[in-house]
Design a protein around this ligand. Structure first.
Ligand code: HEC
Ligand code: HEC
Length: 279
């Protein structure tokens, strides 16, 4: 539901601007917001907070993962990083990027106000199968500072092209996990492995060089990625890793089938605490 509404906005902007995703003519200036770079920031505590926010997106498990060195900081229930899904630290178009995130929250979802920290904690509880980061924690402040930095200069209240996931056409025949298993064997298993558990970072790193797609270490059943339509759209535009929405490798049908296969495998359950909707 969120996605339908957001897509409409993104398409409207694209139509107005008459340009492809990522580049928008605004005040007659062509800006590629997807090229935001923390390395251009100078020293100072505010910029340190932004840099820490990016590090939290990239190396999530090291700080707040299930196996983080400080037990009090183990907010996540797995060792996924935000970047495992929000590719390139939230700068990859149609991999649920963060360019317009700061400027479009809070938003109304099903007649309720969804705040930015509330949405972010939705991913903490479901994608990371854990619990909320406290609003006043340095980690939450750093993540929000990073999202604010990525959104600097972007039009407020507008979802720029490339935000969210790229809507995928309906499949010609209903998604089929058995066909999806063959796609998986041909296109995915060499990285995510036959058992779907991916690959850990070389020790002493915490987290994955290739994330798991199912099992106890994966996102839970309430996560966006556990919905076939979301997973299919994500996979078509972004997997096998290295493709972009401009040069997809999978056919539309293959994306739906392999998404159905991934979701047919066990995931940690959604509980009343983790929630099972996008809010
Ligand atoms: C298993 C995949 C996955 C992981 C891991 C994950 N997310 Fe997400 N996230 C998603 C999906 C899917 C969406 C929804 C995209 C949509 O609505 O189009 C989303 C949406 C969001 C949004 C809303 C963005 C917007 O502008 O609509 C925020 C903020 C967010 N995630 C933050 C995080 C943070 C922070 C982490 C790490 C602590 C994280 N996510 C980890 C899959 C994931
Ligand atoms: C070349 C190796 C490679 C191949 C092949 C590949 N992936 Fe991935 N996949 C990755 C990596 C690496 C990431 C995480 C990216 C990051 O952290 O920057 C990822 C992330 C994902 C995610 C989001 C993270 C999560 O845990 O849910 C999904 C879903 C996914 N891949 C599904 C697939 C599917 C389905 C296929 C086959 C069509 C596939 N991948 C093929 C390497 C690969």
């Amino acid at each position: 539901m969120i996605r339908a509404a957001l897509t409409a906005v993104a398409l409207a902007v694209a139509a107005v601007a008459g340009l492809g995703a990522g580049y928008v003519l605004w005040n007659k200036k062509e800006v590629n917001w997807y090229a935001a770079d923390v390395n251009k920031l100078g020293p100072g505590p505010e910029n340190d907070l932004i840099r820490y926010g990016k590090d939290l997106i990239v190396n999530t498990a090291r700080y707040i993962g299930k196996n983080a060195s400080n037990p009090a900081m183990r907010y996540a229930g797995n060792d996924l990083s935000c970047q495992n899904c929000h590719l390139n630290a939230g700068l990859q178009p149609f991999a649920a990027p963060f360019i317009s995130t700061f400027g479009t929250f809070p938003m109304m979802v099903d007649d309720q106000v969804l705040t930015l920290t509330g949405r972010l904690n939705g991913c903490m509880r479901r994608s990371l199968n854990g619990k909320n980061l406290p609003e006043d924690s340095r980690e939450m402040q750093a993540l929000v500072a990073y999202l604010k930095f990525l959104g600097e200069g972007t039009p407020e209240g507008v979802r720029l092209p490339g935000m969210g996931l790229k809507p995928l056409e309906n499949p010609a025949s209903p998604p089929d996990a058995r066909r999806g298993q063959e796609v998986y064997a041909q296109q995915c298993a060499k990285c995510h492995k036959e058992d779907g558990q991916g690959e850990l970072k070389p020790s002493p790193g915490i987290g994955y060089s290739i994330p798991p797609l199912w099992g106890e270490a994966s996102f839970n059943a309430g996560a966006g990625m556990a919905k076939t339509a979301y997973a299919a759209a994500y996979i078509h535009a972004n997997m096998p890793f290295g493709v972009s929405y401009l040069d997809p490798v999978l056919t539309v049908q293959q994306a739906w089938d392999v998404a159905a296969f991934m979701i047919s495998k066990p995931h940690p359950p959604a509980t009343p605490e983790t929630g099972s909707d996008l809010q």
